[in-house]
Design a protein around this ligand. Structure first.
Ligand SMILES: C[S@@+](CC[C@H](N)C(=O)[O-])C[C@H]1O[C@@H](n2cnc3c(N)ncnc32)[C@H](O)[C@@H]1O
Length: 295
């Protein structure tokens, strides 16, 4: 039954398609849903993000309930021990903060980590707030048995830290793609050198996650409501070899240049902050306000 969907881009509504998939088949999902932004007011640096198949403007409570339903369907189709990387951002509606945690906590997923994606560019050029240069990536986990923690990442992946820094994709006709590095980092970190897993992106847009999955040797399922984007994704997957070098640049970042033992032997920082401050009081001294020169 799954053969009908395997290594395909399916054009249709995310919930309708997901409901046709069997339980416990997906290893890892990477996705960025529509944000319900309706960013058409003055002050936005980016052009209004308009998708070709659907409007990105719903009553916020309807939007959040829809996201909860999609996330719970993704939970059902994911294998125990599997992961979902969910890219979203902080938004404000009439001064009120709308935080992804508002609905993530209402889903079945264990929230394993909140990763900051420093996009190195601001979307909002007005000064109501400090320019928002970051988005969030939520690493969501489906427990395998009773443990809510799951397997450890290999050090070469964990060392990439919880702040990821790369600019948004520019060379892509889709209005809101993420860069290839992002799904490559997510998939490679949790799957490591395993192959032939199943990766799904239920809002696949131009197919960035699917290209990453293919390059890393996995099967994929893509879903998008827009026929135009489905065609775009299929075309990209056909030419995936053109993008291998970008994925390789990301993979090359997953290295351990020095082990913990080597750093300890060289007297370098090993992660004990209290010890660092005791040994190097001058670090704290720098921040004493009485020391700051006036005028
Ligand atoms: C932020 S974009 C994803 C971009 C993608 N990550 C990429 O790199 O190209 C969100 C996508 O969700 C799709 N979409 C919106 N509503 C949908 C729905 N109900 N079902 C399926 N896809 C939907 C839009 O067409 C759009 O391509």
């Amino acid at each position: 039954m799954i053969d009908k969907y395997l290594n395909k881009v399916i054009c249709g509504d995310v919930l309708t398609i997901l409901r046709n998939l069997p339980d416990n088949i997906v290893d890892v999902s990477v996705t960025s849903p529509p944000y319900n932004k309706g960013e058409n007011k003055k002050g936005w640096l980016v052009a209004n993000v308009k998708y070709s198949g659907v409007s990105d403007r719903l009553p916020e409570d309807v939007y959040q309930q829809n996201q909860i339903d999609v996330l719970n369907e993704l939970f059902r189709v994911t294998k125990p021990g599997g992961s979902l990387f969910y890219n979203h951002k902080l938004r404000w509606e009439r001064g009120q903060l709308l935080h992804p945690m508002d609905w993530l906590r209402k889903t079945r997923w264990v929230i394993r980590q909140e990763i900051i994606w420093d996009r190195m560019i601001a979307a909002n050029i007005r000064g109501w707030r400090f320019w928002q240069v970051e988005e969030r990536i939520y690493w969501l986990y489906k427990p395998n048995g009773k443990s809510l923690i799951g397997d450890e990442l290999k050090p070469k992946h964990a060392l990439l830290t919880s702040i990821w820094r790369f600019p948004p994709e520019r060379n892509n006709p889709h209005p809101a793609p993420f860069p290839l590095e992002l799904p490559v980092r997510c998939i490679y970190s949790v799957m490591d050198d395993k192959k032939e897993g199943l990766v799904i992106d239920p809002y696949c847009g131009s197919g960035t996650t699917l290209v990453a999955a293919k390059i890393l040797g996995h099967n994929y399922i893509g879903i998008d409501i827009s026929e135009e984007y489905c065609r775009l994704a299929e075309e990209r997957i056909k030419n995936y070899e053109d993008e291998i070098r970008f994925a390789e640049e990301e993979i090359a970042k997953h290295v351990v240049s020095k082990t913990f033992k080597q750093r300890k032997e060289a007297g370098e920082f090993t992660g004990k902050y209290s010890k660092l401050n005791r040994d190097k009081p001058e670090k704290l001294h720098l921040f004493r306000t009485s020391e700051i020169k006036q005028g």
